[in-house]
Design a protein around this ligand. Structure first.
Ligand code: CTP
Length: 428
């Protein structure tokens, strides 16, 4: 059984060869947080990859790091409030910079800048440039845990994600205050890799119809209650976005409680397993790649209550459950010619062996098995780790990383399947 360890980081201190950053124009937006001290290494790493880097700073950022230092490292004058329109041909530096950049990295993305971007403010060079741009945006948040966990910050991030922004980090670790918790900025190497994935995706899925399922299905008990699970739908949403970036026609059938937006793709909100099956069956004949990331409930109430249950009327409650269909097996049984199927297995123990069993049983072309117990649980959070299993025994490990990066790697592996000969039926 061959195992390849495919990380997202550096190999021997050098980023992977064939970087998609060579010659690409990256605009760094530096905000006011102590993590700004990592920006010099980030600029150096990006330039080693061949990227052309320019820098814009908020006023607060200039208190943490000098524009002159970043000018020297980037090789270009830095835009910041103290500089006004100096050096701008049009006299409008935010317009010039938005036109120049191919991708924007906000490093560190502070709670304040995240809030201003979510609101669409344009009160300094950073927010004005980002408001004027439609190019890919990567945020590397850094802040104290309380600020990170604040409902306001999370809602703002949700808004930005819904508009297509990507996130790298934060991680858990020692913060500026000395406390240990979530909010530490991703390391420069991770940010470079995320930028590479943001800019690099080829168009290898151009025109390919990709059907992705996401989220935990909700099976009604009565009109207000349901049986559900902890799946957030994040991995499925990231897979759909990764497929869109690779040029695919994407249909995302999602049972996530709060479906995110999917600009450029079709978003089909569903609740139950049988609604999910119907939505998938309708789209299956045109589909070339099926990615079943949904956490489908295995059971449903045989007869949901028509009216709301009242506590006083039931001292104890026995619910009679019947099995839901196995959507994956149903869809594989009706697979149109050439369809490739990616299954998932979320396991609390024996991740590999249970994953292998499901790969065989469900007739997938590859199966992504991930742990959902312990500190590295894939359930609910923004990060995940996984092992991708192939019918021929091969395995590809995807180490603990943001789900957006994991999703990109899964799509790369799935795209390879589509370009390889055979119709995938050998897997069943
Ligand atoms: N799946 C499905 N329909 C179901 C249950 C699961 O299509 N009723 C799919 C999931 O989307 C996933 C794969 O099958 O791609 C594995 O799901 P999982 O819940 O891990 O497996 P189960 O079949 O439910 O097996 P078990 O209950 O033994 O874990």
């Amino acid at each position: 059984m061959g195992t390849s360890h495919e990380g997202f980081g550096c190999h021997n201190g050098r980023m992977m060869e064939g970087s998609g950053l060579a010659g690409r124009r990256v605009l760094l937006h530096v905000c006011g947080g102590i993590a700004a001290v990592k920006v010099p290494s980030l600029i150096t790493a990006l330039r080693q990859e061949g990227a052309e880097v320019r820098v814009a700073m908020t006023a607060a950022a200039t208190s943490f790091i000098s524009p002159l230092a970043l000018q020297a490292l980037s090789g270009h004058p830095v835009a910041h409030p103290g500089r006004g329109g100096a050096g701008s041909e049009s006299g409008m530096p935010h317009v010039d910079l938005a036109q120049w950049a191919e991708a924007h990295l906000v490093v560190p993305a502070t709670a304040s800048t995240i809030a201003r971007l979510a609101c669409g403010l344009a009160d300094d060079i950073v927010s004005a440039t980002l408001l004027a741009s439609r190019d890919p945006l990567l945020l590397a948040p850094a802040m104290e845990t309380g600020m990170w966990e604040s409902p306001a910050t999370q809602a703002n991030l949700q808004t930005l994600r819904g508009r297509g922004a990507h996130l790298v980090g934060p991680a858990s670790g020692r913060l500026a205050s000395g406390h240990v918790g979530m909010g530490r900025m991703a390391e420069p190497g991770e940010i470079v890799e995320a930028a590479r994935l943001l800019l690099e995706p080829g168009r290898e899925l151009q025109g390919v119809v990709v059907l992705v399922t996401a989220g935990g299905t909700r099976e009604p008990i009565d009109p207000v209650r349901y049986l559900g699970n902890r799946s957030s739908g994040r991995m499925g949403t990231e897979l759909a976005r990764a497929a869109l970036r690779r040029g695919a026609e994407v249909h995302l059938v999602t049972a996530a409680a709060l479906p995110e937006q999917l600009p450029g793709g079709e978003l089909v909100p569903v609740e139950t397993a049988s609604q999910m099956l119907d939505a998938c069956l309708e789209r299956l004949p045109r589909t070339r790649l099926l990615v079943m990331a949904a956490a489908v409930a295995d059971y449903r109430l045989a007869k949901p209550f028509e009216q709301k249950l009242h506590r006083a009327e039931h001292e104890a409650l026995d619910l009679h459950l019947e099995p839901n269909p196995d959507l994956l097996q149903e869809l594989v049984a009706r697979r149109p010619e050439g369809l490739r199927v990616v299954g998932f297995a979320a396991e609390t123990e024996d991740v590999r062996s249970r994953g292998r069993d499901k790969l065989r049983r469900k007739g997938c072309d590859l199966l992504v098995a991930n742990p959902v117990a312990g500190p590295r649980s894939a359930m609910g959070g923004d990060w995940s780790e996984a092992v991708v299993l192939y019918p021929d025994g091969r395995e590809v490990e995807l180490p603990w990383s943001p789900k957006s990066l994991i999703a990109g790697r899964i799509l790369d592996l799935a795209a390879e399947l589509l370009s390889s000969p055979g119709d995938g039926s050998e897997a069943s």
